[in-house]
Design a binder for this molecule. Structure first.
Ligand SMILES: *[C@@H]1O[C@H](CO)[C@@H](O)[C@H](O)[C@H]1NC(C)=O
Ligand SMILES: *[C@@H]1O[C@H](CO)[C@@H](O)[C@H](O)[C@H]1NC(C)=O
Ligand SMILES: *[C@@H]1O[C@H](CO)[C@@H](O)[C@H](O)[C@H]1NC(C)=O
Ligand SMILES: *[C@@H]1O[C@H](CO)[C@@H](O)[C@H](O)[C@H]1NC(C)=O
Length: 482
C-alpha cells in the first residue's frame, strides 16, 4: 500500500518535472523573467537546474521505472538494459510513445547497430536532461538515434554541431564520412554543408587520411566543380592519382575521373612532366589523349585564334579558384570597419602558354560603408555628410585593371573574392563571391559579416582575410555556365 502511494507521488513529481525538462530540452531557459519586475509584482523562484539533476538521478537509480529498454546489437552477445520511465520517453519521442502503447509487458526490445548502442546511454540521458555533450566520433550515431526516434530538436542540434565542426582536427578526418552519412540519411542541409566545406577547403581534405577512402561518387561531385579552392590543378591531379592507385577503380570510373581534370589549366611544362612521369596517366593515356591534345593547342596559340578553328566549349578551359600567385593575391585588411583601403597586384594575362610572361596589374578598392546611388540621394536631401554605421552603408570591393590594353579584347576577367572566417579556432573559406568589376553585382557581399563587432567570426586578430582570384574567360570560346 505504502509503496503504491510512493509510486503515485513519484509519477506526479515526474509529470511536473517533465514539463520543465521539455523546456530545457528545447534549450529554453526557465528563468521566470516573464512576470517578475512588472506591475503585477509576481516573482518566480526557479530551480530548474536542480530539477534536471533530480531527473538524471531518477534515470541513474531507476526509481519508479515502468519500462526496461533492452538494447540488442546484431551479431553481438552484449545486451544493454536501461530502466526507464515511459512518461519521459513518450514525451520526448513519438516513436517511443507509439512503441510503448503497443508494448507487451514491461520490456521494450530495441535493435541498434553497434555504434548506436555505444551512444545509447548518452541519447537516453538527453531525453531526461535536455542536454548532451558531443564528440566528433559520436555525432553520427547520435544523429542516427535522434532521427530514428524522431527527437527533432536533438537532430537539428546535432546537424548544427556537425556543420560548425567541419574544420576540427581529427586524426583521420571526418567530413567525408559525415557527407556519406548525410547522403544516406537524406539530411540535405548537412550534405550540402559538408560538400561545400570540402570544395572550399579542399587542401585540408586532400591531405587528410580520409581522402583515399572517399567514394567515387563523392570524388566525381568534387572534380566537376568550378568553385574548388586549391593551390593549382596539379595539386588536384596528384590527389586523384593517389586515389586511383589506392582504390584501383574499374576502367570507366578512372577514365571519368581523369577526364574531369582541367589539363589546359596546367602550364605546358607541367603537362609534359605528368605525361612522362605519371604511371596513372600512362595507363589511361588513350582515355585522355584528346584532352591533352587540345590543351597543348590551347598553349600554342592565342586562345581567340584557336577558337576560330576548333570547337572548344568545355570545362577544360574554365579555371577553378587557384591560390597560386599567378592567379591572384591574398589581401588582409586590418580593422576593416575603419575606412576605405586599396591595394594592387599582378596576375598572368591568361593560362595559355602563348601568353606566358604577360601580366596585368589590378587595383582593388575596399569600402566598408559604401552606399548605393539610390540611397545616397537621401543623404544629400537630408543634408547629412557621411553615412554612419547606423545608416547602413554596405561593404564593397571594386577591382579594375591599372591600364587598359588592347590585349584584353575578347577576354572577360571574372573576379572571385574568397572570404575567410573563424570556425572553432580555424580559418576556413566561408564565402566565394564572383563578379565582373564590383561586388555590388552580388547584392549580398559581406552582408552578414558585422565587421563592427570585435567578436565577428570574420575577424582574425581584428583583420579581415580575403583572397582575390582573377580568372580569364574567353567569351567567344566558352559558354559553359559556372
Ligand atoms: C531511489 O531509491 C533508493 C532506494 O531504492 C533511495 O535510496 C533513493 O533515495 C531513491 N531516489 C529518489 C530520487 O527517490
Ligand atoms: C507478446 O505477447 C504475445 C502473447 O502474449 C507473445 O506470444 C509474444 O512473445 C510477446 N512478444 C514479446 C516481444 O514479448
Ligand atoms: C556549349 O556547351 C553547352 C553545354 O554543353 C551548350 O549548352 C552550349 O550551347 C554550347 N555553346 C556553344 C557555342 O557551342
Ligand atoms: C581553408 O582554406 C583556406 C584557404 O586555402 C586556408 O587559409 C585555411 O587554412 C583552410 N582551413 C583549414 C582548416 O584547412
Amino acid at each position: 500500500m505504502v509503496k503504491r502511494v510512493q509510486i503515485q507521488a513519484g509519477m506526479l513529481f515526474l509529470a511536473a518535472c517533465v514539463h520543465l525538462g521539455a523546456a530545457a530540452a528545447g534549450m529554453l531557459r526557465v528563468d521566470g523573467a516573464q512576470d517578475g519586475g512588472g506591475s503585477g509584482g509576481a516573482d518566480t523562484i526557479s530551480h530548474s537546474l536542480t530539477l534536471v539533476q533530480r531527473l538524471e538521478a531518477l534515470l541513474v537509480q531507476g526509481n519508479g521505472s515502468d519500462v526496461s529498454l533492452r538494447v540488442e546489437t546484431p551479431n553481438a552477445d552484449e545486451v544493454k538494459v536501461i530502466q526507464a520511465h515511459s512518461l519521459v520517453l513518450s514525451l520526448q519521442s513519438p516513436v517511443f510513445a507509439e512503441a510503448l502503447l503497443n508494448r507487451n509487458g514491461s520490456t521494450l526490445v530495441l535493435k541498434e547497430s553497434s555504434d548506436c548502442a555505444a551512444a545509447f546511454d548518452k541519447f537516453i540521458r538527453y531525453l531526461y536532461c535536455g542536454e548532451i555533450s558531443l564528440r566528433l566520433d559520436q555525432a553520427t550515431p547520435l544523429h542516427k538515434l535522434a532521427t530514428k526516434y524522431q527527437v527533432t530538436v536533438l537532430q537539428q542540434g546535432i546537424t548544427r554541431y556537425m556543420t560548425q565542426n567541419l574544420a576540427r582536427d581529427s586524426s583521420s578526418g571526418h567530413v567525408a564520412g559525415w557527407y556519406e552519412y548525410a547522403l544516406q540519411a537524406g539530411d540535405v542541409t548537412l550534405r550540402d554543408s559538408c560538400l561545400q566545406y570540402m570544395a572550399w577547403n579542399l587542401t585540408s581534405v586532400l591531405q587528410s587520411g580520409e581522402w583515399a577512402t572517399i567514394s567515387s561518387q563523392l570524388l566525381m561531385s568534387l572534380l566537376q566543380r568550378s568553385d574548388l579552392v586549391l593551390q593549382s590543378e596539379m595539386e588536384l591531379f596528384a590527389a586523384l592519382e593517389a586515389w586511383i592507385i589506392q582504390n584501383e577503380p574499374d576502367g570507366l570510373t578512372a577514365e571519368n575521373a581523369l577526364r574531369a581534370v582541367r589539363y589546359a589549366m596546367m602550364p605546358p611544362r607541367e603537362l609534359f612532366r605528368l605525361q612522362t612521369q605519371s604511371s596513372v596517366l600512362a595507363q589511361y593515356q588513350e582515355s585522355v589523349r584528346d584532352l591533352l591534345y587540345m590543351s597543348y593547342q590551347f598553349h600554342s596559340a592565342p586562345p581567340l585564334q584557336m577558337a576560330k578553328y576548333f570547337d572548344v566549349n568545355c570545362s577544360l578551359f574554365v579555371p577553378r579558384n587557384y591560390l597560386s600567385p599567378l592567379w591572384g593575391s591574398p589581401w588582409i585588411i586590418s580593422n576593416p570597419s575603419r575606412d576605405d583601403r586599396s591595394t594592387s597586384f599582378q596576375t598572368q594575362l591568361g593560362p595559355s602558354g602563348h601568353d606566358a610572361g604577360k601580366r596585368v596589374t589590378w587595383n582593388a578598392l575596399f569600402s566598408p560603408r559604401w552606399l548605393p546611388l539610390s540611397m545616397r540621394s537621401m543623404y544629400t536631401e537630408s543634408g547629412a555628410m557621411q553615412p554612419t554605421r547606423a545608416d547602413g552603408g554596405r561593404p564593397r570591393i571594386i577591382i579594375t585593371p591599372a591600364t587598359s590594353s588592347t590585349d584584353f579584347a575578347g577576354v572577360n576577367f571574372q573576379k572571385t573574392v574568397l572570404v575567410m572566417a573563424q570556425r572553432q579556432g580555424k580559418v576556413v573559406v566561408k564565402h566565394v563571391y564572383n563578379f565582373h568589376q564590383s561586388t555590388e553585382e552580388n547584392g549580398d557581399f559581406l552582408a552578414e559579416a558585422d565587421l563592427y563587432r570585435r567578436t565577428s567570426e570574420y575577424l582574425t586578430d581584428s583583420s579581415l582575410f580575403l583572397h582575390i582570384v582573377v580568372k580569364p574567360l574567353y567569351q567567344t570560346l566558352i559558354t559553359t555556365k559556372n
